[in-house]
Write a protein that binds this ligand. Sequence first.
Ligand SMILES: [Zn+2]
Length: 490
Amino acid sequence: MTFDLSIREALLVDGSGEAPRISDVHIAGDRIARIGPGPSGTREIVARGRALAPGFVDVHAHDDAALLNASDMEFKLLQGVTSVVIGNCGFSLAPLRPGGAQPPGNASLFPGFGERFRDLAGYRRAFAAARPAVNAISLIGHNAIRSRVVGDEEREPTAAELGEMRGHVQRALEQGAAGLSTGLIYRPGRAATSQEIIEVGRPLADYGAVYATHMRSEGDRLLESVEETLSIAEGIGCRAQISHHKSGGKRNWGKVKASLARIDAANAAGADVTLDAYPYVAGSGPMIEYFDLGAIDLILAEAIQVASCPACPAYDGRRLTEIANTEGLGLAELVVKILRLPGAERTVAITFLMAEEDVETNLRHPLVMVGSDGLPNPEGRPHPRLYGTFPRVISEYSRKRGLFSLAFAVSKMSRLPCERFGLSSRGRIEEGFFADLLLFDPDLITDCATYAEPKQSPIGIDLVLVNGELASVGGRTTDVRAGRFLHFNR
Ligand SMILES: [Zn+2]
């Protein structure tokens, strides 16, 4: 067999979680053809001192539009991310009617993107035409389905509407979706009862697909929300993924321990629940979804930095408290002002609500994967997680703080997500597996994105391969865009 590429003497951190070992890896076409000694391929790289890992999988991405209109996907690829799971928090670009309604959150998550797709097959065709640089697999969003079938009314669906919504889930699964996502704090999903989600999500059981949820509460009622998730997953008979697991608000700090303990106990009793988290104490999302204009939450307002405010870019990157001082406004007054500006649904907030100790507790847990929850936006100052998440888990939490080994970090960012989200033959360095790989310096790899200067690529990653193709070299993307739209495979 002739190889296209031989990587010599690399430290294999192979995704299994086992101790790394030094070996050669040979690639032929889109696959890892041999591990160990062998004749040199057409190209050869001597990787002494470098680690070779399976490409990272961002299990919580909102790249649905970016894959189509920013298809070099630089912000992900340069982190070593080779696959993303899209359609999270109930938001997806399908199934929607062209020119029809969409959930309000779509406007802020997918800024400047007007296209809508009737079904996942339509999205997949657009994906193929755009040739993105990374692979993607999609969840189908409950907010999207509900807004298509019920519109923006926050009422219970009729039996016929429930059937129609379930039909969209069924169709999406036939077309390769990895599961159903909900966003139960957002419009219109917040109007859904547990029973509605069970009824709509029924087809997940037959496919072994995932119920992924942005729960109803991530603070005061975190534990009740975990109970709801467990009961929905049990009602459907499917596995569940708790998205961006956290405990927001000082009075709730520490609750993630109880939440994880509850999930461990449920799993021991036969449930099948995993989670994801990002390595930061701030979250981010559409600001308008967080406030009741009649009763502004001042504790929340104090915790906010504006990521992007299309009607007033001068606010980008600034804390609300500082803007309020400068403008001589009360904090509540400022929030109302911002949320009444034209295009306010596209204003994105960064919320500093979490404890560092909770972030550590999450990342240390073996069932917690890593999801950036990054919101791609060419404007403003987005949350640094968009550019830094995956290298940061290694540099900050493994290398600097010593919370876990490099092998553990790599495993939760590669093997575990591929197993959970049905990315078959990916996520490990194994003969016959797809050659989604990154080569990096384990002593150097570091995230560089900060809250002040978020659009900074990480350092220390030499190469990223996607489906056997060199997608980035020396921290720069090549023009080879070899990403594929993946079909869920249980
Ligand atoms: Zn979310």
